[in-house]
Design a protein around this ligand. Structure first.
Ligand SMILES: Nc1ncnc2c1ncn2[C@@H]1O[C@H](COP(=O)(O)OP(=O)(O)O)[C@@H](O)[C@H]1O
Ligand SMILES: [Mg+2]
Length: 517
């Protein structure tokens, strides 16, 4: 990167703004070619030679070598997008880059940064208001299309209709926190299915433990179940055999005591996220307790959520009050290996999706695609609102904002127009990434958007024409578009108003009242 964005110096006025524009541009360039169904991937190689191939905007930026405070600020845009919407991270970064690009043009025309920031804020508010009237209701069919659009271009694509059906079924039945996705290879994608209740990848620790437990009382422990480390590390000097025996006996007694204490809470099922001592496993087995170890943290959380049990970190404080419950726990065989199925849980909306695929690698990829798809379908369902994809809403907002700009007047008018131009970057990039002429595509789109139902029209990535995206089955949640525009606008307005970039004391050491403590 050029010398002007060196972290070690202060930058003022025009230079500070140039740095911000430069970095926003660099970040956008890094991800731009990955946008859309025909986007290409990035191969990231680190200094150790390790590499990863991805087209995920957030991953690319996170792993990139750009290390500047301004880059970190812009990264927040992608982070917010991911957290709020599960999708649209690439779009949000491209939009930020283009807004800064447009701001650069305004600065060159001697428009004051404050006016630009104000114009962008006016435009963003207006866009948000215009978005309220745009789009269509998220009925079951639309939700299905949202899921299918989310899986386009990924390994899930071949079976996206089946997977989309599952997505909609569970998203309509449960909140996203109550949906658990488990994967198991050695199967066909078409065998993927939704199951009421909770599925956990794991099996009992000892074959003498029961295969099923009715009305299980479930303990959830996130600690090693063993004699404490310090007791094992004692250096004991013994001078005869009876001493050795006494020592071993006392250790065993301690282990049995832990086992007894666990059983005394009334549990008959135990999930432990760490290790269990073999003597304790034996004790639990002889008391008919079903026990599992090395349970993943996410599974522990799902168990707590479904069974209304409490995850305990310290076995000394573990009591019957912490136990979760259910109707039935059973081991079921899936793909030649067991899995634990828990039904009749107090949290009745608990549902699991079992993702199947032939190999480990494919099942991982499909699970990731499915995770995103569930996310976007859930928010579309929550907001009850979807918009056509292919850049349609950006084009519509751009068209309407240009009409609105004429009513604003003054210097801000130019900023509103620049903002409207920036929104066109999404359809333009979708066209360019599909090997189409972006200028022709934009001409076709502009024409379509001047008509009454223009808002439905986006880039047809096969031939560059303007197509009704709802008919093309390309649909996304409105929140993805709204959030991308809002974050990009906020951050751009902030960056433009920066007059000085300088090294500061650790900001965390400065209190709210600006006094250092
Ligand atoms: N079949 C399609 N035709 C046209 N545009 C599409 C199609 N599928 C997806 N898109 C568009 O691609 C964009 C999303 O691309 P993606 O690479 O997932 O980036 P992001 O990280 O921003 O979600 C959206 O604007 C979406 O409408
Ligand atoms: Mg996407």
């Amino acid at each position: 990167m050029s010398e002007q964005v060196n972290n070690s110096k202060s930058q003022t006025g025009a230079t500070a703004r140039e740095v911000c524009i430069h970095i926003a541009r660099e970040l956008s360039t890094l991800v731009k070619h990955t946008l859309g169904p025909n986007g290409l991937d990035n191969m990231l190689v680190d200094t150790a030679g390790d590499s990863v191939i991805t087209n995920d905007g957030a991953t690319i930026i996170k792993q990139s070598a750009i290390d500047h405070a301004v880059a970190k600020v812009i990264m927040q845009v992608a982070k917010t997008q991911e957290e709020q919407c599960y999708d649209g991270t690439t779009s949000s970064l491209i939009l930020t880059g283009e807004m800064m690009e447009q701001a650069a043009g305004l600065l060159k025309n001697k428009i004051h940064p404050t006016k630009i920031a104000l114009g962008f804020q006016i435009a963003a508010l207006k866009a948000e208001e215009m978005l309220l009237d745009m789009g269509t209701e998220a009925d079951e069919e639309m939700l299905n299309l949202v899921a299918q659009t989310a899986m386009t271009g990924k390994s899930a694509e071949a079976d996206k209709e089946h997977l989309a059906d599952i997505c909609v079924e569970v998203a309509m039945a449960a909140d996203i926190e109550d949906i658990n996705i488990v994967q198991r290879p050695n199967g066909k994608v078409m065998e993927s299915t939704a199951i009421a209740g909770l599925l956990i990848d794991g099996e009992k620790l000892d074959h003498v433990m029961p295969d099923a437990v009715e009305n299980p009382k479930i303990g959830l422990i996130a600690a090693d179940i063993d004699i404490p480390d310090y007791a094992q590390q004692l250096n004991v000097q013994l001078n005869d055999n009876s001493g050795v025996k006494d020592f071993i006996d006392s250790r065993n007694a301690q282990l049995v005591e832990i086992g007894e204490r666990l059983v005394a809470t009334g549990l008959n099922v135990l999930f432990c996220s760490r290790e269990l001592h073999p003597a304790i496993i034996e004790h639990l087995a002889s008391n008919n307790v079903y026990a599992v170890r090395r349970v993943r943290r996410s599974d522990m959380e799902a168990l707590a959520n479904a069974t209304e049990g409490r995850i305990v970190m310290n076995i000394d404080t573990f009591s019957s009050k912490d136990l979760g419950s259910a109707g039935l726990l059973e081991e079921v065989n899936i793909g030649e290996r067991p899995m634990i199925k828990i039904t009749g849980t107090p949290n009745e909306s608990t549902v699991s999706v079992l993702v199947r695929a032939p190999t480990h690698h494919v099942v991982e990829e499909i699970k990731r695609a499915f995770d995103d798809a569930i996310g976007v379908v859930s928010i579309a369902n929550e907001d009850q609102s979807v918009v056509p994809g292919g850049g349609a809403p950006y084009m519509q907002l751009s068209t309407k904002l240009k009409e609105y700009a004429a009513t604003v007047g003054g210097r801000e008018q130019m900023a509103v127009e620049a903002f409207a131009n920036a929104l066109e970057v999404i359809p333009k990039t979708l066209a360019a990434n599909s090997g189409l002429d972006p200028i022709d595509a934009m001409i076709a789109l502009r024409k379509a958007h001047s008509a009454e139902d223009g808002w439905k029209y986006g880039v047809n990535v096969n031939d560059g024409t303007a197509s009704n995206m709802l008919a093309e089955k390309v649909v996304e949640p409105k929140r993805v578009v709204a959030q991308a525009i809002r974050s990009a606008a906020d951050i751009s307005a902030q960056l433009i108003r920066i007059e000085l970039i300088t090294t500061a004391k650790a900001l965390s050491e400065i209190g709210d009242d600006d006094f250092q403590f």
